[in-house]
Design a protein around this ligand. Structure first.
Ligand code: SAH
Ligand code: TYD
Ligand code: ZN
Length: 409
């Protein structure tokens, strides 16, 4: 029996290809005295649209449950990501923002990691950020923020107040938004005819190639490809004019859209479309194969953690990522297998991980008594973390990785 839903991009029929089962909100870290009976769960499952090939969740979580005053994720937690966004700001300043009095809008500006550079350069800007706590952090950096969800009505209000934008930018945000028609209508209303809409998100091609199934959780609603984004643009009066592969967050693509007919698409667009065809990325059989890899990883990871517990080894998690909610809940990883997870984010520390209730502690708790093994949930920051935790390895500690397969390094 196959499950279907209606595509949030084109209205076509979406065929389910993997079911992660009952999952909590990935960023809902619980206080120690929480009423566990009241914890929110939903069915996390993912499917492929037969018409436009957009990969998407089968069920949507109401946005206010995820993005609110207490939303804990802060973008500036990684030095590497800070550099990434500063580099992008510099590039935009010297390419798209060179006209007189340019205006840049960012959707999901979070703590201002990118717009800080725009504020410092004296460029007119606006961050649109519904999560109040992180929006306040941006404002404290001198960033101009509007505390609201971006959608068509917000776009029209911004246009009335500030005029049209040269650049609309969104990092790791567009894939969070199921109501895509409203977003793209808003982008059309707010963007200058000469402007561009630039967004970067985890790339389905990398997720399938690396079996990085933990990119799939409540907040990540869409999994883009050049093909699905091209179709999504076409349906909304826009055109895909450039793509750029990025290495951050385990592999992303930065897409550039322009009003239809305004710019000539780069060769990179045709090339990525060709690679996707060769890899049969938009085919159900490929995605079912991905599902089989997920089950294999679950089996291997549970077997490894169970064996280590039987041998009396200590295992601690590193990075209380949103991604880790998918891994721990799919695999049933509770404090019996992983005694705590360390994380630098103050709003996560002293709390319990969603669904599996593993305590979150500070990195200082990790280094106070090194465990035998550290399960690297923040594998997308492996280089940065392994470099700063060299003493752990020197003390005989080993890292456990689970994508693309389960390994001890
Ligand atoms: N751009 C940052 C933050 C990504 S987290 C980075 O790349 O690190 C996703 C952010 O999108 C959250 O801060 C969330 O509050 C915000 N968000 C969710 N829905 C949104 C919407 N409709 N409009 C604008 N921001 C939104
Ligand atoms: P990230 O992988 O960026 O995103 P997501 O939550 O969407 O999966 O999250 C990284 C987490 O790891 C974040 O909670 C901060 C934490 N972290 C550390 O504890 N130490 C570090 O050195 C880095 C880079 C991140
Ligand atoms: Zn579709």
């Amino acid at each position: 029996m196959s499950n279907t839903s209606q595509c949030r991009v084109c209205g076509g029929s979406v065929d389910e290809f993997f079911d992660f089962g009952r999952q909590p909100l990935s960023d809902a870290f619980l206080p120690l005295d929480a009423d566990f009976e009241k914890e929110f769960f939903f069915r996390l499952a993912v499917g492929l649209c037969q018409e436009c090939t957009m990969v998407q969740l089968m069920e949507e979580v109401p946005r206010d449950r995820m993005f609110h005053e207490e939303y804990p994720y802060v973008s500036s937690g990684s030095a590497y990501m800070r550099e990434h966004f500063e580099g992008l700001a510099k590039r935009l300043l010297s390419t798209e923002l060179t006209a007189e009095d340019p205006f840049v809008v960012e959707l999901g500006c979070n703590d201002g990691v990118m717009l800080k550079a725009m504020a410092e350069a004296g460029v007119r800007h606006l961050g649109v950020e519904p999560s109040g706590g992180v929006a306040d952090l941006a404002a404290a950096k001198g960033v101009r923020v509007r505390k609201s969800f971006f959608e068509e009505s917000a776009a029209r209000e911004i246009e009335a107040e500030d005029g049209r934008a040269d650049v609309i930018y969104a990092a790791n945000t567009l894939c969070h938004i199921p109501y895509m028609q409203s977003i793209l209508a808003g982008v059309r209303a707010l963007l200058k005819p000469t402007g561009v809409f630039v967004f970067e998100d985890p790339y389905l091609g990398d997720i399938v190639e690396r079996s990085s199934f933990d990119q799939i959780y409540d907040e990540h609603f869409f999994f883009f490809t050049a093909r699905s984004v091209q179709r999504m643009a076409e349906l909304n009066g826009l055109e895909l004019v450039d793509v750029e592969r990025l290495t951050v967050h385990g592999g992303e693509v930065r897409y550039t859209l322009a009003p239809a007919g305004r710019r000539t698409p780069s060769d990179a667009v045709a090339e990525l479309l060709r690679t996707e065809r060769e890899n049969k990325l938009a085919e159900l059989a490929t995605l079912q194969g991905f599902g089989a890899s997920v089950l294999k990883i679950r089996e291997d990871l549970v077997a490894l953690l169970t064996r280590l517990r039987e041998e009396g080894r200590t295992v601690v998690g590193y990075g209380a990522t949103a991604k880790s909610a998918t891994v721990t809940n799919l695999c049933g990883i509770t404090p019996e297998l992983v005694s705590f997870v360390c994380d630098t984010t103050p709003a996560k520390q002293g709390r319990l991980t969603p669904g599996t209730h593993i305590p979150v502690r500070t990195p200082e708790d990790f280094s106070a008594t090194y465990p035998d093994y550290a399960l690297l949930f923040a594998w997308n920051h492996a280089e940065e973390i392994m470099a700063k935790e060299q003493a752990f390895r020197e003390a005989g500690g080993r890292w456990i990785l689970y994508v693309p397969d389960v390994r001890i390094v």
